[in-house]
Design a protein around this ligand. Structure first.
Ligand code: CAA
Length: 283
């Protein structure tokens, strides 16, 4: 099956980024959000990023126009009725996600693949609430989606080889590098990334070094583009805590216990860049 029409559910940072890469690859994509305001914000962000790319000489005006002509917005989930692939990028909450998948299962054509961009929730459990579990899969993009090359493709225990192949081929058409992963807590990306971030937070908590110096060690010593504490602020400390809880609960292993300082920051509402304060402060 060739994927020609796509819908992305959720017009937040991830959803809008995913819709942008499809549009730039010339694949028809509908960006969906429940709220008109959120949808407008998502579409506006895509417009601005494409215009900036034109200003920088990274995109021609023709390519910009082509991308925009492949993109549309909708607040009606029923518009998924003619799509081949639907990617959910809503809030990381199992109840919300299962409701979205159950609704999509009713609306989407029988051949359609339902994918989730979840960063840590079990795809197997999401697949089980649908009547097409073999056509459910994880498609985990990294933030910022237009920049990062990786797509982690997560196979639920029920996912068919055919579904996997279609999604892998689609990721390649987006000029991304797909990696095949089985459905275990945190997949590969967050199973490795989050304990590193959590450990960086422990080094602050235990007074081993300062926030800036810990980031410098990882940036200059390990060539990471961002230090782990800057990255934690960028991802959102609430999301980091949530993923650590998924690892801790999923494996039942104390090595994944979230740092008490991380919990305290989240309780204080210091969620990182989005709230103006995390390990750093933001204008
Ligand atoms: N959206 C779109 N494009 C963006 C962007 C954004 N939010 N932020 C930066 N960019 C683009 C810039 O426009 C620029 O593009 P051009 O080269 O085409 O001009 C390019 O990225 C580089 O940007 P800058 O020069 O401003 O800054 P930089 O060189 O410091 O790179 C960065 C910024 C790409 C974010 C880099 O710091 C980086 O790679 N950081 C690590 C990001 C990372 O680890 N992401 C994974 C997070 S974990 C996750 O997503 C999964 C999860 O489940 C939690």
């Amino acid at each position: 099956m060739a994927v020609e029409k796509v819908m992305v559910i959720g017009a937040g940072q991830m959803g809008a980024g995913i819709a942008q890469v499809f549009a730039q690859s010339g694949i028809h994509v509908k960006l969906n959000d429940l709220k008109e305001e959120a949808l407008e914000k998502g579409l506006d962000g895509i417009n601005k990023r494409l215009s900036r790319a034109v200003e920088k000489g990274k995109l021609t005006t023709d390519e910009q126009q082509q991308a925009l002509s492949s993109l549309s917005g909708t607040t009606d989930l029923k518009d998924a009725a003619d799509c081949d692939l639907i990617i959910e990028a809503v809030i990381e909450n199992m109840d919300v996600k299962t409701k979205v998948f159950q609704a999509l299962d009713e609306i989407a054509p029988s051949h359609a693949i339902l994918a989730s961009n979840t960063s840590s929730l079990p795809i197997t459990e999401i697949a089980a609430v649908t009547k097409r579990p073999s056509q459910v899969i994880g498609m985990h993009f990294m933030n910022p989606v237009p920049v990062m090359k990786l797509v982690e493709i997560i196979r639920a225990i029920q996912t068919s080889d055919e579904t996997y192949q279609v999604v892998e081929d689609t990721a390649k058409k987006l000029n991304k590098t797909p990696v095949e992963v089985n459905d275990f807590p945190g997949f590969v990306s967050n199973r490795i990334l989050m304990p590193m971030i959590n450990e960086a937070i422990y080094t602050v908590y235990e007074g081993v070094s300062s926030v800036e110096d810990i980031d410098t060690v990882m940036k200059l010593g390990m060539n990471h583009p961002m230090g782990p504490l800057t990255l934690a602020d960028f991802i959102g400390l609430d999301t980091c805590l949530y993923i650590m809880e998924v690892l801790h609960d999923g494996f039942g292993d104390s090595k994944y216990r979230p740092c008490p300082l991380l919990r305290q920051y989240v309780k204080a509402g210091w969620l990182g860049k989005k709230s103006g304060r995390g390990f750093y402060t933001y204008e």
